[in-house]
Design a binder for this molecule. Sequence first.
Ligand code: NI
Length: 139
Amino acid sequence: MMPRVSVTRRVHFSAAHRLYRPDWSDERNQEVFGACSNPHWHGHNYELDVTVEGEVDPETGYVMDLKELKVAVEDRVVSDLDHRNLNREVEWLEGVNPTTENLVVAIWGRIAGHLPERARLVRLTLWETPRNYVEYEGR
Ligand code: NI
């Protein structure tokens, strides 16, 4: 049996956002979302760990070429998000309140199905700050 190994690529993007619900008052938004609800926006330096799993190809010794993974994530995610306003500038986040949880689910949808057959997307870990991160396994 071929050993199955998980492989992770870490990418970075910086983006602005505001957490809020338009159907709530500014006071209610402030109460629930705190500083992240600042009407004048603010930014985060996000780190995204993309983990794929698969059999080690006996010929290359790779699960998948990390260059390919890097390019896929850059094209499908990072180029759309980096230095953008997540509330206003990203088509695939339209109508999404950009919490880290909502972001990681949307990012999954951008990557899953766009990787080589042999590498299965198994986990995304999205860091909003060095102290806060969320994980998603597509469920
Ligand atoms: Ni924030």
